[in-house]
Design a protein around this ligand. Structure first.
Ligand code: UT7
Length: 336
């Protein structure tokens, strides 16, 4: 017996993006009230000047829904035509259920499947690639891809190596079937020998044990071996970025924009220099005012470049996400 299949699509592309930035702006001076540091050191070592921090009752799901609603409105695709909602996040506070089903419901995407993806700061690039593949394979025609993070729930404000780095927010994209390729081949990978370089401690199991035994534990927070991750990013992400360009058939000089994960300005500048990107390429430097928003950083930075008119619709942009795992994913997209 031969099984029937759904019609495939030659390509997929991003139709529109949407963003959610929490209202509260936190300066380096405010961060330094809890750690031994200075505004000057933070700017120099990370490039971050301010970050946005969500309100106590503003959740990963709230921010994801807000960003996705704006992307949907801008795309013109009715919510009921969405087939799949992919939510990249590593800070949704529930192990089960994932946040994507609630987002799907709140969007009114009554005909969509929903799934959370945790590939930390590479999550959006992973989810975008999965959306591209689902559309080309015929499993979906319209997909909402979101990166949403409330990093502030998982950062110890007294941790000198972490407190200044992160921010909260969400970015979303509507990805739809297209007669041409709007999302290039993905280069993705992982180096699990470095799992402990960025990790949440204590684990939920340790918390359960402590609750049962009365043992005291520090609050749940992310820990990072910053220098190790920094060195890995500037050396190992260069060939990944080059390979994504090669697979898409795009020369560095042909790019309209370079949108790397917004982890540290020095990582961005190192990649820009090594890739020999000319001045004509717009460089995402969203972390100056947003901090590192993990899986939300790439769609937020794309949204900023579009809002400022620094990149034009139809130009190719190189995305590269990297973070805990250690995971990474890169692809060239056609700017919506
Ligand atoms: O999003 C996931 C991926 N994440 C990343 O890609 C993050 C990668 N790592 C980084 O961005 C950087 O490692 C940090 C910004 C986190 C830290 O910068 P660094 O240049 O690697 O600092 P370091 O940890 O090597 O410390 C350098 C010096 C040390 O002092 P000594 O030993 O040289 O006297 C630290 O004690 O800076 C000191 N230091 C600080 N000084 C003022 C460390 N943290 C601070 C601080 N304020 N907050």
């Amino acid at each position: 017996m031969k099984l029937a299949s759904t019609p495939t699509s030659p390509g997929a592309r991003i139709l529109a993006v949407g963003e959610h930035r929490p209202t509260r702006i936190v300066t380096n001076a405010e961060i330094c009230e809890q750690i031994d540091s200075t505004d000057e050191w933070i700017r120099e070592r990370s490039g971050i000047i301010t970050r946005r921090i969500a309100a106590p009752d503003e959740s990963v799901v709230d921010m994801a829904t807000s960003a996705a609603s704006k992307a949907l409105a801008a795309s013109g695709v009715p919510a009921t035509d969405i087939d799949l909602v992919l939510l990249a996040t590593c800070t949704h506070p529930y192990q089960t259920p994932g946040g994507s089903s609630e987002v799907q419901d709140r969007l009114g995407a009554a005909n969509a499947g929903a799934m959370d993806i945790n590939a930390a700061c590479a999550g959006f690039a992973y989810a975008l690639s999965l959306a591209n593949d689902a559309i080309r394979a015929g499993s979906a025609r319209n997909v909402v891809v979101i990166g949403s993070e409330k990093m502030s729930d998982f950062i110890d404000p007294r941790d000198r190596g972490m407190a200044f780095l992160f921010g909260d927010g969400a970015g979303a994209a509507v990805v739809s079937a297209s007669p041409t390729t709007g999302i290039g081949p993905v280069v993705w990978g992982s180096d699990g020998s470095h799992i402990m370089t960025i990790t949440q401690e204590p684990t939920y199991t340790q918390v359960q044990h402590a609750l049962a035994t009365g043992e005291s534990l520090p609050p749940v927070a992310l820990k990072m071996a910053g220098q190790t991750v920094f060195r890995w990013a500037v050396t190992k992400m260069l060939p990944v970025a080059r390979r994504a360009l090669e697979l898409a058939g795009v020369a560095p000089s042909e790019l309209g924009a370079f949108i790397p994960h917004q982890a540290n300005m020095r990582i961005v500048e190192s990649l820009v220099k090594s890739l020999k990107l000319p001045d004509t390429v717009a460089i995402a430097r969203d972390m100056e005012t947003q901090g590192n928003t993990s899986s939300a950083s790439i769609p937020l930075a794309l949204s900023t470049l579009l809002a400022r008119g620094e990149v034009e619709s139809g130009q190719p942009a190189l995305l590269i996400g990297f973070g805990a795992g250690l995971t990474y994913a890169a692809q060239v997209i056609e700017v919506p």
